[in-house]
Write a protein that binds this ligand. Sequence first.
Ligand code: IMP
Ligand code: MG
Length: 189
Amino acid sequence: MGHEVDRVLIERDRIAQRVREMGRRLAVDLERDLAGEGHEGHDHPDRVVLVPVLTGAMVFGADLIREMPVRMSIRLVAVSSYPGEATRSVGARLRSALPPDLAGRHVVIVDDILDSGQTLALLEEMVMEQGPASFRACVLLRKDVARKAEPTVEYVGFDIPDEFVVGYGLDYNGFYRNLPDIVTLREVK
Ligand code: IMP
Ligand code: MG
């Protein structure tokens, strides 16, 4: 028994267009915060930190940052909640330490998909403990499910039905991350 691609849910051009819109909006909102502090454009040292959640957000994060004309640094965090062949979250576990220097900075967590909510709830709690200047979470996809946790997620690319999806960074058992479209899988016997 294995899996094969069932159907394309979101095609690559639609993803690209939406990522562009999200990047611009994030940049505008961050610029507003920076202007409130008396900074403009690139005149600040290190105010904005983007934190993509590995491994799923590597593709989205790579595209998103290139749509954001804001001075920023990038830190990574690794979280796993779907080990191996699981298609249901087993609860979020941190696989690497959160960057320790987020205090006083504008922090943007970037993840591929909001499902049970546990990953982002955990990260939100841990970032807030450090006392950032602001906190934002941004996801490409949000699944239509009853969530175990309701993290604050202000930026959402697409709302999708409760189906397991892969591609554009999302995996099943480590594979399919390199597909350019977001697709559903079907089991084959
Ligand atoms: P949550 O903690 O349940 O919200 O899970 C979020 C994480 O689970 C995401 O960062 C993804 O890595 C993974 N995930 C959730 N749904 C899917 C899916 O449909 N396909 C692939 N990975 C998923
Ligand atoms: Mg993930």
